[in-house]
Design a protein. Sequence first.
Length: 276
Amino acid sequence: MGTITAADVAKLRRVTLAGMMDCKKALQESDGNFDKAIEIIRKKGQAVANKRADREASEGVVLSKVTADGKTGVMIVLNSETDFVAQNASFLELANKILTVALSKNPSSLEELKSLSMEGGNVGSKIVEYIGIIGEKLDLSYYEKIEASHVQAYVHPGNRLATLVGFTKAGLDVQVYKDVAMQIAAMNPVAVDKDEVKQETIAQELEIGKEQARRDGKPEEMLEKIAQGKLSKFFKEYTLLNQDFVKDNKMTIKQYLQSVDKGLTVTAFKRFTLNL
């Protein structure tokens, strides 16, 4: 076996992000074969991943970003077990690399994203490698995308909450798009408008309204009307276009958008938050 140089170790570390000693041991075990050394580190990562499979990865980061033309946006969640790891610069770097792959390749699903090429392997295998480096379970648990005339991304400071929102028109004041993305972050709507609220949610809200009225001693024949009133209030509070605009509660989001451009509205949005 030839001499393992510091340059060899450094090169392997750049490719795998593994520790210096792990890289040196892998090169020694592979008799200096670089590709075999990478495979050794990957297998080590897989072993750690299997051992950690029962652990909960509830910390992490939520990131969103849009393409240069502003027409496609993606969001990912990369989980870790601890906040300590989530705040590590190399963990955030890994998450941003995955986000870049998602943005450039435009996969249709989370599983497709995991299978895409990344730095000599694929996204899934790079996560496994990183598990081997830190000895903590990681999980790419969420991926969504929006395509529209204009898509706006917002990542709240701390990387634990992010939004994506699609609009019918591009080329307007960017602050308008940002206002709506931040409204979604702050007010957590369940749908764009009331006609998009799931029927099971509507049925549940009506039943809650009836039960509340019943407990208040209201007559049985009044329960449906009272429940419908409470449902209207629910639509007002939890559907984006009907919510009061946070920056000016004298108008709704729908009214705000139409004050900018009569044809401007929201086509879709995504919101994800880790426990804050």
